[in-house]
Design a protein around this ligand. Structure first.
Ligand code: ADP
Ligand code: MG
Length: 627
């Protein structure tokens, strides 16, 4: 019995097209064929459970092997097999709605997944690496005979009698010249490790040596010998398929080490498990995150029924959760379609929301359970939580209860607690509560000291996300503004009443202003004489909060190029009530006046960390002369 026919697809020859367009992803042929073998094995199991198959199930291990001389790769399973009729039905009639549509679509396809999934071409991905494909199969059905199908990559195929004696299927690939790299142990092992490591049916690939007992020697000591044993490459029940109740911390940590051998232990983890309204399981780990965003990305692996699909989960996981590590497995994520489709897919949106909620709940639970421990972890999770607060409204709603603000004394507060703490002392005359913050505790020390002297509290906002988080806080907290502690003299940071009067006359003020302008001699600084406490510094150099933020944003590419192009502009506040100003006014020599003014100005720059280079050298020299 032999039969010839034509694969029912009306385009002349789709295989050259497949080969050409799917070039970059050739290795996925193995994923497709191994998962077909696994599907066939699971189907026979299921049929047995349903009582529709009463034969022995036997060993269902799927075997992948290769022959360098014959140039073949073979994938064998003991699954349900196919009859000749079924081959014609499932293999020959390529499952897509029309050749025309296919040809239309492949033109825009970016990767193999897109075409393979959409058009049910999993099996045909074999032709990316094979010049001829052979199926040798025996169906589980009573009285079935073995069937062999061969196809050389054209639309012609041949069906004849096969010689498979036991239930199941061999897929034999005759590897083409361009793909001989796949006839290599390490290459194949690598691909299997990537895609098949957690498949639910054991996958055997070659052998490995193992030490086994070999009787005893003359002294009665055990003897050992090395034997070749089957190399099963996968774990069939990875932890995400198990119930959280059956798992211990060690299990989660061991799995993490298996996924990321080089990483430090994670901080904590979340076991995802939902089956309605979509099906999703997984384990997400919180890694120790430092400041490096990019470095941490692409650490979540996406699976579909334990088949690895991708570690680019960009559209499935909310942006801020991309810092997490771990696995997500969902048969409901449409894996094989284009990204734009993913974004508009309803399930994806729901999955997104679900994960966000789970993560927020976990953090809330940790915060409630042991606040001390949570605070200790804040350094590592703070960046991530703030990122979530800013980027996901849903997360922000819950997150405000477990976000922490840290002050310069190392104490932690939730935003609500913090407001309670500073409200009384730090409310200005416009009824705004002013939070002060430092971005560099060492550099801004002089300003922090001044603020502390007034019993003001100063927050530490030194992570890369903080400039955004500050704006978020101002938006969320009513009647609250944040000011960097060095953005003005302390009296002006929180103006409660009209403060000290400037004891100088208008004429004296003008005179002082001119002396300083001359001494400074730069447009970058605008001088103002103000009435401050005589205890404060004679001169303070500050940069306006608003201007600074605009500049920072322009630098980060916020599109405000107008501000980015502006030169730095500092305010120089001369304390009209300071004894030094009085001294300057009383000094006779104009040269001496200017020298004093310059010295006071340089001291202010020094406190801000702005005095560098030649100016610093000149300052030191002048100071030595003066003492
Ligand atoms: P899909 O797996 O998405 O159905 P494929 O192109 O990978 O699409 O396979 C087409 C069909 O061929 C499968 O649905 C199955 O019926 C049949 N098939 C493929 N490989 C095997 C196998 N190893 N054993 C039994 N049937 C198979
Ligand atoms: Mg398939």
């Amino acid at each position: 019995m032999q039969e010839k026919g034509t694969i029912s697809i009306h385009t002349e020859n789709i295989f050259p097209i497949i080969k050409k367009f799917l070039y970059s992803d050739h290795e996925i042929f193995l994923r497709e064929l191994v998962s077909n073998a696994v599907d066939a094995s699971q189907k026979i199991k299921r049929l047995a459970q349903l009582g529709q198959y009463s034969g022995e199930l036997g060993d269902l291990t799927v075997e992948v092997s290769f022959d360098q001389d014959k140039k073949t790769i073979t994938i064998s399973d003991s699954g349900l097999g196919m009859t000749a009729e079924e081959i014609k039905k499932y293999i020959n009639q390529i499952a897509f709605s029309g050749a025309t549509e296919f040809v239309e679509k492949f033109k825009d396809a970016k990767d193999a997944n897109e075409i393979i999934g959409k058009f049910g071409l999993g099996f045909y991905s074999a032709f990316m690496v094979a010049k001829q494909v052979e199926i040798n199969t025996l169906s589980y059905q009573e009285g079935a005979t073995s069937a062999r199908w061969t196809c050389d990559g054209s639309t012609e195929f041949e069906i004849s009698e096969g010689d498979r004696k036991t239930r199941g299927t061999d897929i034999i690939l005759h590897i083409n010249e361009d793909s001989e790299e796949f006839l290599d142990k390490w290459k194949l092992q690598g691909i299997l490790d990537k895609y098949a490591k957690f498949l639910p049916i054991p996958i055997k690939f070659g052998t490995k040596s193992q030490s086994v007992e070999d009787g005893v020697d003359d002294k009665g000591e055990k003897k050992w010998k090395s034997v070749e044993v089957d190399n099963i490459i996968n774990t069939t029940t990875p932890i995400w398929t198990k119930s959280p109740n059956d798992l211990k911390d060690e299990d989660y940590l061991a799995f993490y080490k298996e996924l990321y051998p080089m990483s430090e232990d994670p901080l904590f983890w979340i076991h995802l498990n939902v089956d309605y309204p979509f099906n999703l399981t997984g384990v997400l780990y919180f890694p120790k995150v430092k400041n490096d965003f990019e470095f941490q990305k692409n650490k979540i692996k996406l699976f579909s029924r334990q088949v690895f699909i991708t570690d680019e989960v960009k559209d499935i996981v909310p942006e801020f959760l991309m810092l997490l590590h771990g696995v997500i497995d969902s048969p409901d994520i449409p894996l094989n379609v284009s990204r734009s489709f993913l974004q508009s897919d309803g399930n994806v949106k729901k999955i997104n929301n679900y994960i966000t909620k789970k993560v927020a709940d976990k953090l809330a639970e940790l915060f409630k359970k042991d606040r001390k421990v949570y605070e200790e972890k804040w350094n590592d999770i703070g960046l991530f939580v703030k990122y979530g607060m800013i980027s996901e409204e849903k997360f922000a709603e819950k997150g405000k209860d477990f976000t922490l603000l840290k002050n310069t004394n190392g104490e932690f507060f939730t935003p609500a607690e913090y407001k309670e703490k500073v409200k009384a002392l730090q409310t200005n005359k416009e009824e705004q509560v002013v939070y002060l913050y430092a971005t560099d505790v060492a550099k801004q020390d002089a300003f922090i000291q001044s603020a502390n002297k007034k019993d003001y509290d100063v927050l530490v906002m030194d992570s890369p996300i903080d400039s955004h988080y500050i704006q978020h806080l101002e938006m969320k907290e009513e009647k609250t503004t944040l000011k960097r502690v060095d953005s003005d003299v302390v009296e002006k940071l929180i103006v409660k009443d009209d403060g000290y009067a400037n004891l100088l006359t208008e004429e004296q003020s003008t005179q002082v202003k001119e002396i300083f302008e001359k001494a400074i001699g730069s447009q970058t600084y605008s001088v103002a004489v103000e009435g401050l406490s005589p205890e404060e510094m004679p001169v303070t150099v500050t940069m306006d909060e608003f201007m600074r933020r605009m500049k920072e944003m322009a630098q980060m590419g916020g599109g405000m190029s107008f501000y980015g192009a502006m030169p730095d502009n500092y305010k120089v506040a001369v304390n009209g009530n300071h004894p030094l100003v009085d001294k300057i006014l009383k000094t006779e020599s104009a040269e001496e006046k200017e020298k004093l003014a310059k010295q006071a100005f340089d001291l202010a720059l020094l406190a801000q960390g702005l005095l560098t280079g030649k100016d610093l050298t000149a300052f030191v020299k002048r100071s030595v002369e003066m003492i």
